[in-house]
Write a protein that binds this ligand. Structure first.
Ligand code: HEM
Length: 128
């Protein structure tokens, strides 16, 4: 199963990740249930951070190593339902890119969804 290229390289590197994140955010911001969360955010800054985050999560270059996802997202009131919609937009954006092999597509979704517990508001999860 070992492959000399990283997932990041296999899907096309920086240009491919940029394009994927752009499309992903078009979908997220077009979703009436998710858009309100982003009203106060700078979308350009957000996309830049997300692009860096995706790169790191896919074993590409690590530019920002100290993003504290829980600190950023806690208190926003994000529920599992919001998270599911968000991830479904990512699945749709990945699916659209036919050059991404299905194994790599699953790898992307899996790696990003791994962070779910840090995103969902603690008030919506069990204490402790
Ligand atoms: C696994 C899922 C998610 C990951 C990995 C993720 C990751 C990130 C990253 C890397 C940033 C940029 C941090 C920075 O600017 O330093 C960010 C910001 C943000 N995220 Fe998420 N996120 C996820 C899910 C969500 C969901 C479901 C929502 C809302 C429904 C959301 C709302 C936001 C908002 C509003 C910001 C901007 C905060 C600000 O600039 O004030 N995120 N996220």
């Amino acid at each position: 199963m070992s492959d000399e290229q990283t997932l990041y390289q296999r899907i096309g590197g920086a240009a491919a990740v940029d394009e994927l994140v752009d499309d992903f955010y078009v979908r997220v911001l077009a979703d009436a249930e998710l858009r309100p969360f982003f009203l106060d955010a700078s979308v350009d800054q957000l996309k830049r951070m997300q692009t860096e985050f995706f790169a790191a999560a896919l074993d590409g270059p690590v530019i920002t190593s100290d993003i504290n996802l829980a600190r950023i997202h806690q208190g926003m009131g994000i529920t599992r339902k919001h998270l599911t919609r968000f991830v479904n937009h990512l699945i749709a954006a990945v699916d659209e890119r036919s050059h991404i092999k299905s194994r790599d597509a699953m790898g992307i979704i899996y790696r990003i969804a791994t962070y779910s517990d840090q995103i969902i508001d603690d008030a919506n999860a069990a204490d402790g």
